[in-house]
Design a protein around this ligand. Structure first.
Ligand SMILES: *Cc1c(COP(=O)(O)O)cnc(C)c1O
Length: 412
């Protein structure tokens, strides 16, 4: 709908006030009320994000020759990720604008590798578990690649089903570390064996796990191998703007070798303004997303991440135990920051509606109907309040003749 641009400008203080008014209806994430969309590592990290973003907000990663600063920061951030995820000596990667961008670039790279190195032609496909993120379908819609989703077993990817669905037109198989719907680590070692045996490209989607699982393991949890230490893993996605606690608009995509990564590069020279080579889908690349990522990672360091991720796990364990004490049933055995739980007697989407009345906003599950929490360090401070409201919401739904259920939505 058309909206006339104001004829004259308005002073910044007035505008700030109006923006605050616009935000009046937003979920109160700084109070820990969201279990989705925002990763709240507290005010100190938020300050580093904002100030570091502002410092390079005008700079453009499209021009590394003009901004060697950004090139250097990107190389260091990619290096941090590769060292956390057992990247081999020759492994490489890029910062992208988000998980969807990372996944799209991985699919594009695997496709071009399949075409140019393996000689695949015709209708190509990728095979993924039902629990994989829709970003794969979005990428495949753009590239006209067929998506084959396979059933899960005990909420986990089933390597047998994936192997059965893969054929000589398969450019990629996928495992999640962890998947979003249940927060569970797929059996990546078994998928890696399948990939090696059948010469398939295995992508591990660690968008939500890549920057938490290594630290939870360092803290002593028994996290099974899921990264480049497994020989079948050809590429990985890991989001900086999730459990990396970086500013939004930042993810990483990694490849086992430079030989594979070169199929990601766009290289163009037939227009009258010179050669363009870019690693990712973007032209202009926001410098602030890179500088904020660099600053937050250096601000936290291994010790800072271990501390924050320890708080996430402590909050998840507390919420899990509290929900189970109320009769909810946890789906699978979560180890990281996502918790999904159902209830044998009540509709969890009706519980969601009641929780919303108390200001809580989270994702939902549909197979089975479940409440879903993506937990931040800050949640440790509000876990008791969450559980008290959960007990209240459960009572309300149980006592109601006609509970109203929400429509399950991941976005919108
Ligand atoms: C968030 C997420 C994505 C997509 O990342 P965006 O940054 O939202 O594009 C992909 N995979 C998993 C498992 C995720 O949790």
């Amino acid at each position: 709908m058309r909206q006339p641009l104001p004829e004259t400008g308005t002073d910044w203080d007035t505008l700030k006030g109006r923006m605050a008014d616009y935000a009046a209806g937003d979920v109160r994430w700084r109070d820990g009320k969201t279990g989705v969309y925002v990763f709240n590592a507290g005010p100190e990290v938020e300050r580093v994000q904002k100030e570091a973003y502002a410092l390079f907000m005008s700079e453009n990663g499209l021009g590394p020759a003009a901004f060697p600063s950004l090139k250097r920061m990107e190389a260091e951030v990619v290096g941090f990720g590769l060292s956390l995820l057992h990247g081999p000596e020759d492994a490489t990667g890029s910062i992208t604008s988000g998980g969807t961008d990372s996944i799209t670039m991985a699919v594009k790279t695997a496709r071009d590798y399949a075409r140019k190195v393996k000689g695949l032609t015709g209708q190509l496909n990728i095979v993924l578990p039902r629990t994989a993120h829709p970003a794969f379908d979005k990428a495949c819609a753009v590239m006209e690649i067929e998506v084959r989703r396979t059933p899960v077993k005990d909420f986990l990817a089933d390597p047998t089903a994936i192997g059965a669905a893969a054929d000589d037109k398969t450019i990629m198989i996928v495992g999640s570390a962890p998947c979003f719907p249940y927060g569970l680590m797929d059996p990546i070692a078994a998928l890696s064996e399948l990939a090696v045996a059948r010469d398939l490209w295995l992508h591990v989607d660690a968008c939500v796990g890549g920057y938490i699982a290594p630290f939870v393991r360092m803290n002593g949890s028994d996290i099974a191998p899921f990264d480049f230490e497994l020989p079948g893993v050809k590429s990985m996605s890991a989001d900086l703007h999730k459990y990396g606690y970086c500013a939004k608009g930042a993810s990483t995509v990694f490849f086992r070798s430079a030989e594979l990564a070169r199929f990601m590069t766009f290289d163009f020279d037939v227009w009258p303004a010179g050669r363009m080579t870019t690693p990712t889908l973007s032209g202009t690349r926001p410098g602030g997303a890179t500088s904020a990522a660099w600053a937050v990672m250096n601000f936290l360091g291994v010790a800072g991440y271990r501390d924050k991720q320890g708080q996430v796990v402590a909050a998840r364990e507390k919420m899990q135990a509290g929900a189970e004490a109320l009769g909810f049933v946890t789906l699978g055995r979560p180890q990281l920051g996502i918790l999904s739980f159902t209830h044998p007697d009540v509709d969890c989407l009706a519980v969601w509606v009641k929780m919303r009345e108390r200001g809580w906003f989270s994702s939902m599950g549909t197979e089975p109907r479940a409440l879903h929490m993506m937990i931040s360090p800050f949640h440790l401070q509000v876990a008791d309040a969450y559980l008290a409201d959960l007990a209240w919401a459960l009572g309300e739904v149980k006592g109601s003749a006609k509970p109203v259920a929400a429509e399950a939505r991941y976005s919108g």
